[in-house]
Design a protein around this ligand. Structure first.
Ligand code: NAD
Length: 247
């Protein structure tokens, strides 16, 4: 990935940080994008400590203006755009349908689904200028199965699978591959916030591999999907879920 440029959103924590570090290790220059500048700055620092190259861009992926600026700043700094990991996302609690607040629905959809769509909308024209690229979007195991009381998150992640396939079909003829990853439970700050006290053993048991995954395990797949090793893979929703959806 020497000479290549990647945007990673939600790069200030968890899976996004692990992917940013791995892209940098493979030689890519990384635009570290996050709503939280402190988390993003820590990721940039870790990349630079490893002798990689990165810039910090503070942006909310649910804002059209900020996503446009994110792409512009990346190209201003690095001159091109080859890959994107549209990973920024928010959890929503498990809430019974009759108590589900529309604000939770709206915010979850606007970050997890509209955010991914906006990123692709402004990233792809830049990739076309250099003849192609590769995008990985963040879906979830909850993008392929239902979860009781998890309406907004499940809807957003199923939506990501759908728009990933649509973009793969629209741009495959122009050298752009678009895939998404569907992780099971991964050990990150999001999971620490989401998993209720005492529920972890039961959730681990639900995975065929009887454990949660690591951010590094997802990062390896994301970087592979962007690499030339995955040159015939597009429109795919790749499960990295320890077998939670296998039953
Ligand atoms: N952790 C899991 O078990 C798991 C499982 C399946 C899918 N995912 C998905 O993977 C992605 C990363 O999850 P994680 O576990 O690393 O979460 P995390 O909470 O550890 O990190 C998410 C990062 O995204 C940033 N972010 C949130 N809203 C943003 C916005 N509007 N604009 C820009 N940045 C924003 C946060 O500041 C944070 O740094 C998410 O899309 C999540 O839904 C996570």
């Amino acid at each position: 990935m020497e000479g290549k440029v990647v945007i990673v959103t939600g790069a200030g924590s968890g899976i996004g940080r692990a992917a940013s570090l791995l892209f940098a290790e493979k030689g890519a220059r990384v635009a570290v994008v996050d709503l939280d500048p402190a988390g993003g700055a820590e990721t940039v620092e870790q990349i630079e400590r490893g002798k990689g190259e990165a810039i910090l861009i503070e942006a909310d992926v649910s804002s059209t203006d900020q996503v446009q600026a994110m792409v512009r700043k990346t190209v201003d700094a690095f001159g091109r755009l080859d890959y994107a990991f549209n990973n920024a996302g928010v959890e929503a609690g498990l809430i019974p349908l009759d108590q589900y607040a529309e604000e939770v629905w709206d915010r979850t959809l606007s970050v997890n689904l509209t955010g991914v769509w906006l990123c692709m909308k402004y990233e792809i024209p830049e990739m076309l200028k250099t003849g192609g690229g590769a995008i990985v979007n963040a879906s979830s195991a909850a993008g392929v199965i239902g979860v009781p009381q998890h309406y907004a998150y499940v809807a957003s992640k199923h939506g990501v699978v759908g728009i990933t396939k649509s973009a793969a079909l629209e741009f495959g003829g122009q050298g752009i591959r678009v895939n998404c990853v569907c992780p099971g439970m991964i050990d990150t700050p999001m999971t620490e916030r989401f998993v209720p006290d005492g529920a972890r053993p039961m959730l681990e048991e639900g995975h065929a591999l009887k454990r949660f995954g690591t951010a590094q395990e997802v990062a390896e797949t994301v970087v592979w999907l962007c690499s030339d090793a995955a040159s015939f893979v597009t429109g795919h929703a790749m499960l990295i879920d320890g077998g939670i959806t296998a039953q």
